[in-house]
Write a protein that binds this ligand. Structure first.
Ligand SMILES: Cc1cc2nc3c(=O)[nH]c(=O)nc-3n(C[C@H](O)[C@H](O)[C@H](O)COP(=O)(O)OP(=O)(O)OC[C@H]3O[C@@H](n4cnc5c(N)ncnc54)[C@H](O)[C@@H]3O)c2cc1C
Length: 448
């Protein structure tokens, strides 16, 4: 851990020693980064690398965030993630429709490409250690509240309960110029500054250790299941992990029924996960859209706290790391240029850059979710389209490399035509699947 900064003493309740936090020539920028997931660790690393005094507060440094752990390939290079952290390299993706039509997503995978799967405890710990190596100070502790500044150059006070063993235990206060809220979907920082609420989905996941044959089957294969039985508005998954598979599902509109949908995904995966032993059950909210306010004064929200998860796929690790880095860099650049951090500067340096780069992609994925997850007809059409090589190529391009490339006009025209045709054709299949499910449910009720 880096040497303690002058203003930090977690041993007991402390108010900072510095009397003013106004921009002082030669004094480094001081930032509290709350939350040590990918967003917080990346923000702290960017800040420390730019010479700022960054405090990275994490309530549970040895914890493991409930997560599928799939990241896009481009993240490995962009965030210099060592290849030996990867548990599995998924080269086969399968999406299964309500009627169990299967689309295999391997044909269009570029040579050598794969989807890296990591354990979050491994990834997060690596990113935090790297932030510390860059000079950030890791503070194990739970942030309980913020005291907001009276004026534009007064400091924020960040109150926390240290979980450091020995002398470091107890309450502490940090005095800082700015705060990064990287504390996930239940963000305390967002609440403290009145950033507003967002809708969340609930994601439920069981980690299942399979017999050898089952693990062999999922060695490099990830499965996604769509259908009203596994989720009314999302998908169910079986993702391979180091020594187990993660089997889960999510929903926004029917949260109280999540256990029924989990039973649905177990039933659909059926014999493939038979004989498995559940080693962990976990659930966590996933934001559905950005918070009403992502910058309030000198407080900026990043990652899940800001609401950066794509609705269609539930992907958020890359966007968390990316937004954390972008925000950290924006704060450091403004401080270097002007000797201060301001709300207007954060809007320009962080929010505008973020929106320019990702807003369109998020809107596009929202639209796909609305069109294809709304009912079984749409889901059948989705799977039918996923079998198309052009669709696969474009999907991989945008997921693996985070590029919204312009399509080929003729390919796009054919795709549009096929989409409409699939929707019309699958309207029939989808309605039939819905009818069969209703019949099955009625029969089950009669048996009870
Ligand atoms: C079941 C499930 C599966 C998922 N699968 C995938 C997937 O396969 N791929 C993908 O890209 N995304 C996936 N996601 C989404 C992904 O997990 C998140 O988008 C990502 O973790 C966001 O990172 P973050 O750093 O913003 O927040 P988090 O990872 O949630 O980190 C927040 C951190 O803040 C800490 N914290 C919170 N409050 C405080 C406090 N008051 N004081 C101090 N510390 C605090 C927490 O302990 C935590 O470590 C999944 C999500 C779920 C729930």
């Amino acid at each position: 851990m880096a040497a303690a900064a002058t203003c930090h003493s977690p041993a007991r309740f402390t108010v900072s020693c510095s009397s003013t936090s106004a921009a002082a020539p030669g004094r480094p920028l001081r930032v509290a980064v709350v939350g040590g997931g990918p967003a917080g660790a990346s923000a702290a690393e960017a800040l420390a690398s730019a010479g700022a005094q960054a405090f990275l507060l994490e309530r549970n440094p040895s914890g493991a965030k409930p997560c599928g752990g799939a990241i896009p390939l481009c993240m490995l290079d962009e965030f210099a993630i060592p290849r030996d952290l990867i548990d599995r390299r998924v080269t086969r993706m399968r999406i299964l429709s309500p009627s169990n039509l299967v689309a295999d997503f391997s044909r269009a995978l570029p040579p050598g490409a794969h989807i890296p799967m990591l354990r979050r405890e491994v990834l997060d710990s690596f990113l935090r250690t790297r932030a510390a190596d860059a000079g950030a100070q890791l503070v194990p502790g739970l942030v309980t509240s913020l005291s907001l500044p009276a004026g534009p150059t007064d400091p924020y006070l960040v109150h926390y309960i240290s979980s450091e063993s020995g002398q470091g235990q107890g309450r502490g206060v940090l005095e800082v110029d700015a705060v990064v809220g990287a504390d996930g979907a239940n963000s305390r920082v967002a609440r403290e500054v009145g950033a507003g609420d967002y809708t969340t989905a609930i994601a439920f996941q069981e980690r299942v250790r399979l017999p050898d044959a089952g693990m062999g089957y999922y060695d490099d294969l990830a499965e996604m299941y769509v259908g009203g039985d596994v989720s009314p508005d999302f998908y169910g998954w079986v993702f391979p992990k180091c020594d187990h598979v993660a089997v889960g599902t999510g929903t926004v509109c029917a949260k109280p029924e999540i256990k029924r949908f989990q039973a649905g995904i177990r039933a659909r995966a059926g014999p493939k996960i038979a004989g498995g032993r559940v080693i962990k059950v976990e659930a966590h909210p996933i934001p559905e859209h950005p918070r009403p306010r992502r910058v309030v004064g000198r407080v900026a929200l990043v990652g899940d706290a800001a609401g950066y998860v794509t609705r269609c796929s539930g992907e958020g690790i890359y966007f968390a790391a990316k937004s954390g880095r972008m925000c950290g860099q924006a704060m450091a650049e403004e401080w270097a240029r002007t000797g201060g951090v301001t709300e207007a500067g954060l809007r320009r340096g962080y929010l505008r850059r973020w929106d320019d780069e990702f807003l369109l992609m998020f809107r596009f994925l929202d639209l796909l979710q609305q069109v294809f997850y709304a009912g079984n007809a749409g889901r059948e059409a989705l799977v039918e389209m996923c079998a198309d090589e052009y669709v696969q190529r474009r999907t991989f391009e945008s997921y693996l490399y985070k590029r919204m490339v312009a399509g080929e006009p003729w390919g796009d025209l054919k795709l549009l035509w096929r989409t409409v045709a699939s929707m019309v054709r699958c309207g029939v299949i989808g309605r039939e699947v819905d009818r069969l499910r209703r019949v099955e449910l009625q029969a089950r009720e009669l048996r009870v």
